[in-house]
Design a protein around this ligand. Structure first.
Ligand SMILES: Nc1ncnc2c1ncn2[C@@H]1O[C@H](COP(=O)(O)OP(=O)(O)OP(=O)(O)O)[C@@H](O)[C@H]1O
Ligand SMILES: [Mg+2]
Length: 260
């Protein structure tokens, strides 16, 4: 399924009635089965944009629509959150089942799907554990399994691995790429890490500092499957350099700016 973001702007009004422009006239699309990374400095509106695509927030202007075949039943989008956002009182199994219960799936089908996504995300053996009994990496596997279980056409990921240590993060990135090769979802992946964006994506969309505008769309020519070995390849290094060149002045300006 293709996602089209068409001239989306978003302005918030805070408690004192001050307006905060978060997104300014964003147009971009993500093709079916494409992996697009959305890269931008802190506070540039990345989560806001993802929430608009998920239908959790309404844009102040513009629209988001989806193109392509989509079987009835499954949700169009599902989100994986930065802070995992699991239900602490539910076991791993019950967390993964959540969206399926909401969708009213029969118990047998629910159990079958939960089993399949627990296996796919490497959670076998942890079904009866609660989130507090799991490491950060395992928790985010639950977040990913829960999102995939509803069989969304589009997976939205908001800095899913930023709370993890560097080694776990690298492993989870590789695992997510393997899962994506198998499930072929359309993925919109938010990050503020250039290396991560280049490592994962077919294309990196670079946003300016707040209010977020699209600065560039950079195709990534690094071959797949990608493993740690690609980190030293010329195509990888070149893409990282190019994107850093595009955002350097934005990053410097953001550093000098007072927080909103
Ligand atoms: N509900 C809200 N009310 C008022 N302002 C908001 C609201 N949500 C977000 N903002 C503001 O909009 C801007 C964009 O926020 P957003 O969370 O989308 O940025 P982000 O790019 O995801 O940042 P980060 O990288 O830190 O996660 C920020 O200035 C933020 O303070
Ligand atoms: Mg955010």
């Amino acid at each position: 399924m293709r996602v089209v973001i068409d001239r989306v702007s978003k302005t918030f009004t805070d408690r004192r009635g001050q307006t905060v422009p978060a997104l300014d006239d964003i147009s971009l699309s993500v093709d079916a089965e494409e992996f697009v990374a959305l890269l931008g400095p802190s506070g540039c509106g990345k989560s806001t944009l993802l929430n608009i695509v998920a239908g959790l927030l309404r844009p102040s202007a513009g629209s988001v629509y989806f193109e392509g075949e989509h079987p009835a039943g499954p949700s169009v989008t599902a989100m994986v959150f930065q802070e995992f956002a699991l239900f602490p009182w539910r076991t791993v199994r019950a967390n993964v089942a959540f969206g399926l219960e909401e969708a009213g799936l029969p118990a047998a089908e629910r159990a079958r799907r939960v089993r399949a996504y627990i296996d796919l995300t490497g959670l076998a053996g942890f079904e009866a554990k609660y989130p507090h009994q799991l490491s950060g990496g395992m928790r985010q596997r639950v977040g990913i399994a829960r999102a995939l279980a509803v069989d969304p056409a589009v997976l939205l990921m908001d800095e899913p691995f930023s709370a993890l240590d560097a080694q776990t993060r690298q492993l989870m990135q590789e695992e997510l790429l393997q899962i994506w090769e198998r499930t072929r979802k359309t993925i919109l992946y938010v990050t503020h890490n250039i290396q991560e964006a280049v490592y994962m994506a077919d294309r990196v969309i670079v946003l300016s500092r707040r209010p977020g505008r699209v600065i560039a769309s950079v195709p990534i020519e690094v071959k797949r499957p990608r493993t740690e070995a690609v980190l030293g390849e010329p195509a990888f290094v070149h893409a990282v350099d190019r994107i850093w060149g595009l955002i350097k002045s934005e990053a410097r300006a953001a550093l000098r700016e007072a927080p909103p």
